[in-house]
Design a protein around this ligand. Structure first.
Ligand code: F6R
Length: 596
């Protein structure tokens, strides 16, 4: 949700900033801007549209010979999409870029207006700039930043330029990600690791309210009391190539094609590492996340209940954070998040952390993230960078970790016998190759996509764990192809929604549960009788009598979803290709949702 970049060094500043924005564009892309500085002059250029529109605008400008600068790509929250609302914002001595959202901005704006400030934009960010400018009148810079940020409610990562503070940038954060890359005679800051990799693999993170004073050679950090802090410099082993498209036309396709490898790596990684994490004592599990992360949680719920006999609740974080939750039994709360920075999931985590009797376990990709740092336990999914806004490999790995937890818990509780357990383990070993087989059937998905792409409504149906898979398939379809898509428990359709089925309406039926296959098939016949174009997604051992189908190998129930969902992801992708959609950056979306 918005990407910020800052640079101090000898390279061409505007090029470095634009390069960073291009890498971070997945975080927001309705407008962007840069502020360049040569020590005496400040030049701000902004543009609505994509980063390429900003690049074009910059090419037509006479640029100052900058030695440092800041930049931003926006996903609008406060105020519409316009040049005025695009960052950077400048008030008095302060020019800054902001990632996050300030909840008390209106109240602060009013106060500042009463004190004589006027505002050019509708943004919360301009309010922060004014607040720092005001505090600068009777404090030094570090103090002024701290005094200002302490008045903010909400989340922020800020990179700040101050008039009169030549060749220096200031940065601070709370509940929004921010990385300071430390190169040789250059310092580069960004919202995410991939944006610093062209310059350095050494980086440092800021804790809440810490203020960094940055030059091309130094990075000094002060805590909220103004005391200098010794920071640990870390090294990342992310490779820039990992974050590139590797020859694929879209990040989403590249990331789906990585699924066999990342699944194999994760299975090997957790081979002996889950022994210390004993969930068998828990009497209840709550799984919390947003969007796809929550849908991965639904897979976990089915397995924990069916195989480990642990009652499990799955809830979206934006509801859970406000619900009255009764923790009546020994409960584990599992928080799932690719980014580890999703605002609602963080809020849900904070709510749980107030309870000393409830344990938290994070399933996260971003290792330096808030959720990874603050839960009692963390299991990383090790997906590497996921750049496409629609998640694919991270969802698969989130679900995979849950399957491993359910499997191990069931085994520890003696609910799966030794020979069955050993057989399931062997099946996990075969999984990467089988996923590769599913992904290789590009022609099948392309042909099925031709059957669907002209429709404006699609329905998914399934029962039990098949319903959970449908939810993810349907989300992928709507977010990248913009086809209206809904999911129903197969038996529920006839209680109303079947009225929407017309001649040729595509209905995708997921049927992998052998006990329920005949029931779902009966629902398939009901929609077929009303003219639906049915596409069945099933396993090799289930006979279904429909022409259009996707068939995947039959595997243990623990991992069947890990074979089915890649086919749904690829189908959604092929449909989006035929509809000419902007697949990696669907409209209105952003990768990391750091606002409520
Ligand atoms: C859908 C998608 C979103 C995310 C959700 C949670 O393709 O990507 O639904 O799954 O915004 O994000 P994280 O996992 O970063 O908390």
């Amino acid at each position: 949700m918005c990407g910020i970049v800052g640079y101090l060094g000898k390279k061409n500043v505007s090029e470095v900033l634009l390069n960073g924005l291009t890498t971070l564009e997945y975080r927001g892309y309705d407008s962007s801007g840069v502020a360049l500085n040569n020590g005496s002059e400040l030049q701000i250029i902004k543009s609505v549209g994509r980063v390429k529109d900003l690049k074009e605008k910059i090419q037509n400008e006479k640029l100052i010979d900058a030695s440092y600068g800041i930049a931003h790509t926006r996903w609008a929250t406060n105020g519409g999409v316009s040049d005025e609302n695009a960052h950077p914002h400048n008030v008095g001595r302060v020019t800054l870029v902001h990632n996050g959202i300030i909840e008390n901005a209106n109240m602060l704006r009013e106060k500042l207006e009463n004190e004589g400030y006027t505002f050019k934009s509708e943004t919360d960010t301009e309010v922060i700039a004014a607040l720092i400018d005001k505090e600068l009148k009777d404090s030094d810079v570090i103090n002024a930043i701290t005094k200002a940020t302490k008045q903010l409610t909400g989340s922020f990562a800020l990179v700040i330029m101050i008039d009169g503070e030549e060749n220096k940038l200031y940065a601070t954060r709370k509940d929004s990600p921010f990385i300071i890359g430390l190169g040789d005679d250059e310092t580069v800051m960004a919202s995410d690791i991939p944006a610093i990799l062209d310059y350095t693999n050494k980086y440092m993170l800021l804790d809440t309210y810490e203020v960094a004073v940055l030059t091309d050679k130094t990075a000094d950090v002060y805590d909220e009391n103004g005391k200098k802090v010794d920071k640990v410099v870390k090294e990342t082993n992310y490779l820039k190539e990992e974050a590139g498209k590797n020859g694929y036309p879209h990040y989403m396709l590249k990331e789906m094609m990585e699924e066999p490898t990342v699944v194999e790596n994760l299975i090997n990684y957790y081979k002996d590492k889950l022994n210390d994490l004993d969930l068998s004592e828990y009497e209840e599990i709550h799984i919390i996340g947003c969007g796809s992360a929550m849908y991965a949680g639904m897979i976990g719920k089915s397995l924990f209940e069916k195989f480990a006999n642990i009652p499990t609740i799955v809830e979206v974080a934006s509801e859970y954070r406000y619900e009255k939750v009764l923790y009546t039994r020994k409960t584990l709360v599992i928080l799932i998040s690719q980014s580890g920075e999703t605002a609602d999931t963080i809020a849900a985590m904070n709510k749980v952390k107030e309870r000393e009797d409830v344990d938290t376990l994070a399933i996260v990709n971003a290792e330096y993230s808030t959720i990874a740092n603050e839960c009692d336990n963390v299991l990383f999914i090790k997906a590497g960078p996921e750049i496409a806004v629609a998640t694919t490999k991270a969802y698969i790995l989130q679900a995979l970790v849950l399957t491993l937890l359910a499997r191990e818990t069931a085994y520890k509780k003696g609910l799966i016998k030794e020979d069955e357990y050993q057989d399931i383990i062997k099946q996990y070993e075969l999984l990467p190759k089988q996923i590769r087989g599913v992904l290789e059937k590009r022609d099948l998905y392309k042909n099925l996509a031709k059957e669907i792409y002209k429709n404006e409504d699609v329905f998914f149906i399934g029962r039990g764990i098949d319903y959970s898979m449908s939810m993810e398939g349907s989300l992928k379809m709507k977010e990248i192809s913009y086809i209206h898509s809904e999911t129903f428990q197969a038996g529920e359709l006839k209680h109303g929604t079947i009225s929407l089925i017309d001649e040729g309406t595509p209905v995708l039926a997921i049927i992998t549960d052998k006990k329920l296959k005949d029931k779902t098939y009966a629902n398939v016949e009901e929609v077929a009788a009303r003219g639906a174009k049915v596409i069945i997604v099933t396993t090799e051992d289930i006979d279904v009598y429909k022409e259009l189908k996707i068939v995947v190998p039959t595997v243990s129930e623990f991992i069947q979803s890990i074979l089915v969902v890649p086919s749904l992801q690829l189908l959604a992708y092929e449909i989006a290709v035929l509809r000419g959609c902007d697949i990696d950056k669907p409209k209105n979306l952003a990768k990391s949702v750091t606002v409520e």
